[in-house]
Design a protein around this ligand. Structure first.
Ligand SMILES: [Zn+2]
Length: 294
């Protein structure tokens, strides 16, 4: 349900939503925008066709992030975004409450590329009579897994879009030397899931530490691992206010990028709770930090 969708009973302007998004408290923005849309659309016009109440699972969001401002005459960098992976300077361009699929992704790519090609320089005049011309050089990048998969024509969400490795290849050392498809670098490398998987990898080792075996066999071992899991979850909640590995209906588990970041940013507390070596947690954090700073 985006602004210029034709054929619906109500039109919601993206510009209104963007204002709502910017003003909404962080962490609660999706819900606030969703409620705004509900208040704007004509509910009598088969609302279930547009949005099911409390169902915002199909949010397809296009966001702009400024990276730097350069003086074209001197090449001097006037301003630089120090946290390009953070949502701090992200500004939404468009909200689509639709399930992402190959057609939607390709059509949206075309639309955005056309818009990028048609951007014109903006002239800003100051009170003092100075005039600045701002030209933009935009890139379509930082895609999520499914979008990257469609646009790189990898055609399998299980495969790496850079080197085409399958999960089986990733488990062999020989897979390290796979030649990269340099063209696909332009899509960016989203490290969000690396944080979550690194965290979950350690978490699953932690649960099993008392039995020192990956496979949990027999009722006795199952009870030990389950009790240890409960203890770890309770301690994360008490010491770091983290909900760890709680099932979230419709979304998998409560482990997200923030859970993982807090875990890796508090190596001593995380190590005390889990019994995993502090140095290992720190080394994982270094790898993740390096990946995120590319
Ligand atoms: Zn790869």
């Amino acid at each position: 349900m985006a602004g210029n969708e034709a054929g619906h009973g109500a039109i919601v302007r993206n510009r209104d939503l963007i204002d709502v998004w910017i003003e909404a408290p962080r962490g609660n923005r999706k819900q606030v925008v969703y409620e705004k849309i509900l208040s704007l659309i004509d509910i009598t016009d088969e609302p279930s066709k547009h949005l099911k109440k409390n169902n915002d699972e199909f949010l397809f969001l296009i966001v702009m992030t400024p990276l730097r401002l350069i003086d074209m005459e001197t090449n001097k960098v006037l301003w630089k975004n120090e946290s390009p992976s953070s949502t701090l300077y992200c500004r939404p361009i468009k909200f689509l409450f639709k399930k992402e699929n190959a057609d939607l992704v390709r059509n949206t790519e075309k639309e955005i590329i056309t818009k990028i090609e048609n951007t014109i320089p903006i002239e800003i005049k100051t009170k003092e009579g100075h005039s600045y011309i701002i030209d933009v050089d935009m890139m379509l990048t930082m895609l999520d897994g499914i979008v990257g998969d469609v646009l790189s024509e990898t055609n399998s969400t299980m495969k790496c879009i850079i080197c085409g490795a399958t999960p089986k290849d990733m488990n062999t050392l020989a897979g390290i030397n796979r030649p990269p498809n340099v063209d696909n670098y332009r899509f960016g490398l989203s490290t969000l899931h690396c944080w979550i998987r690194f965290f979950e990898c350690l978490l699953h080792i932690e649960y099993r530490l008392p039995i020192k075996s990956w496979q949990v066999r027999g009722p006795e071992n199952k009870a030990i691992v389950e009790a240890n899991k409960k203890r770890i979850q309770a301690e994360f909640r008490a010491k770091l206010s983290l909900l760890v590995d709680n099932p979230k209906p419709g979304y998998g588990s409560s482990n997200d990028g923030n859970t993982a970041r807090i875990f890796f940013h508090n190596p001593q507390t995380s190590s005390d709770i889990t019994g995993v070596d502090r140095e290992l947690i720190e080394k994982f954090a270094i790898i993740l930090g390096v990946l995120a700073s590319g």
